[in-house]
Every structure is written in C-alpha cells, then in structure tokens.
Design a binder for this molecule. Structure first.
Ligand code: RIB
Ligand code: NA
Length: 310
C-alpha cells in the first residue's frame, strides 16, 4: 500500500543575515542579526511535511562534514527517513540569505555543494521509495535530469506528483505532462509563461498557459495575496493567513509545498490541502529561519479552526 510523501531535493546550511537593506557593491554595512540553521528547499519541504504529520522520505546527497551532520540531526528530530549518499570529495552546500529586518523580505544565493551532483542513479536507487509513496515532490535545486527521472517514475506508478519549479532555472518541456501539481511562485510562473502577473486576470491566464503545457493543476503562490488553485473547470483563489506578525518569509513557499503534500497524502481534497498548506506557510512566516520555522500539526489545525470560526 502506498503511504506518505517522498521528496527529492537538496539540503544546505542557511546562513541568514538580518539588515535594513542590501549592501551595494564595494560597501560594508552593519547587520542586526545572524543565524545558521538547516535549509535547502527540498529539505525544508521534508521537515514541513513530517511536522505536519506525514511519513516522509528525503532523497539527496550530502558531504561528510559539520553541515552534513546538521542535516542528519534535523531528520532524526523531525522524523524524516533519510535516503542519502554522503560524499567524501564534496562539501555540504550553504546559502547566503539576506533578510530585511523591517518587512521580512529576503534574497538568497544558494550553493548546492554535494547535492549538485545528484544524478539519475540516485533516483533509480530510491525507485521503490518513490513508487511506494502516495505523493512525490521535487524542485530544481538539484539537476533537472534527476527531477525528470523521478517525476517519470512516480507518474508511471500512479503516485501523485508535485513539482516546485524553484529556483527559476530552465527545464525540459517534457516535465510538464508529468505534473499532477506544478507549484511556482509569481516570479517562477512569469518565467514559465513569458509574461508578468500583476493582476488577478494575469494570474489566471498564467494558470491557463500552464494547463496548456500539460500539467493537471497549477498552484501559483502569490505571497500575501494567497494561492491560485487552477485546474480544468475549477479556479479559486485561496487566501493567505498569518498566525501573527510577519517577520521572515524565507522558506514560506517550502512550508506551503510541505504542508500541502502532507495533507494530500492524508487524503484531504485538493482545495482543503491548499488551505492546509496556506496555514502551514502562515505560521512559518511569523518565525525566523526556514526548516526551524515549520509548524507542528496541532498548530496548523488550531490556525485552520480559528479561520473557520472567524
Ligand atoms: O526556499 C528557501 C530555501 O531556498 C532556503 O532554505 C535556502 O537554502 C534556499 O535553498
Ligand atoms: Na520563516
């Protein structure tokens, strides 16, 4: 019987710097905070899905170093099953993250390190894990060839596929028909469809363009504007919710993808799963960091109940 969520992606150590603005070239500015913690989109999504109550396997590569140990400790604590190759000759990656200390906005440079060498052989080694899960999730921080192979295996086995095309890197068009759900943010959606999305009409047009490329359902995440659920004959904007003041939006997209996937694996309807994902993200933005900011199932359910009562 198929169960839980399997995720292919990368782990990196997030080094986050709080400041009032980005430095210009040649300039040094003084920041107001710093932290090091677990990050990487796929890894954040795995932690989010596990905390949201799902069985989760995470397929990746790490270095054999301090940051690699940070990753394994994170999975032991969150209850994520690691399907990981540790490399002797490549380091675990890291990300530079600027967080605006007034509004929580961010900008990121990510170096994937060992996870940049993930190939189709890693995916083949994890074939059974993928085939036995209810939902499979991947992104574009590791090579697209590995993402495509994994999506193909999942699709052929009748596993629900969730593709988060982040960061906005080029990938083969043959991936689109393998996607039950494609989950771009506004910038990524604009890059995929070739026009910007300032109005709600543009967002719907982008949804249509993604369906025309062969995906079953597009979920376009729009930050505080919510998430567009867009499929043949049904299009609805699910509003964003926040459980308190927004202090760090880094990893909010990962919280959404992880929460949404966990909810789908538990058998919630797609639109209910989108609401669940929005609540997961809405708690994560009130806390600093990415993986450490992911909420527990009880917290997500409490926020959803508050929304239903309002
Ligand atoms: O989506 C947020 C993540 O993107 C961060 O954790 C950072 O590591 C980058 O990969
Ligand atoms: Na956060």
């Amino acid at each position: 019987m198929k169960t839980g969520v399997s995720i292919l992606g990368i782990f990196v150590a997030d080094t986050a710097y709080l400041a009032s603005r980005m430095p210009r070239i040649g300039e040094t500015i003084t920041g107001s905070g710093f932290s090091v913690g677990p990050g990487g989109k796929g890894s954040n999504q795995a932690v989010a899905a596990a905390r949201a109550g799902s069985e989760v396997s995470f397929i990746s590569r790490l270095g054999r170093d301090t940051f690699g140990e940070m990753a394994l400790k994170t999975y032991a604590e969150a209850g994520v099953t690691p399907k990981i190759v540790q490399m002797d000759d490549l380091p675990t990656g890291a990300a530079f993250i600027y967080v605006n200390h007034e509004n929580g906005e961010n900008a990121i440079i990510v170096y994937p390190g060992a996870a940049g060498s993930i190939g189709v052989e890693d995916v083949e080694a994890a074939r059974e894990t993928i085939e036995n899960s209810r939902v499979f999730v991947t992104q574009l921080e590791q090579p697209a060839a590995a993402a495509e192979r994994a999506l193909r295996i999942a699709h052929a086995a009748g596993v629900t596929t969730v593709f988060n095309p982040a960061p906005a890197e080029p990938f083969p068009e043959s991936i689109f028909p393998l996607c039950d759900y494609i989950v771009p943010n506004e910038t990524e959606a604009a890059a995929l469809v070739g026009f910007p999305l300032p109005t709600q009409d543009d967002v719907r047009r982008a949804g249509d363009a993604l369906l025309n490329k062969g995906v079953k359902t597009a979920l376009i995440t729009l930050g505080e504007r919510g998430v567009l659920y867009h499929t043949e004959g049904h299009s609805v904007l699910v509003p964003a919710v926040a459980s308190g003041p927004v202090i760090d939006t880094t990893g909010a997209g990962d919280a959404f993808v992880g929460g949404f996937s966990a909810a789908l694996a538990r058998g919630l309807s797609p639109v209910e799963a989108v609401r669940f994902g929005c609540a997961t993200a809405g708690i994560s933005v009130t806390r600093r960091g990415t993986a450490p900011a992911m909420p527990k199932l009880e917290e997500i359910e409490a926020l959803l109940a508050r929304g239903a009562a309002a």
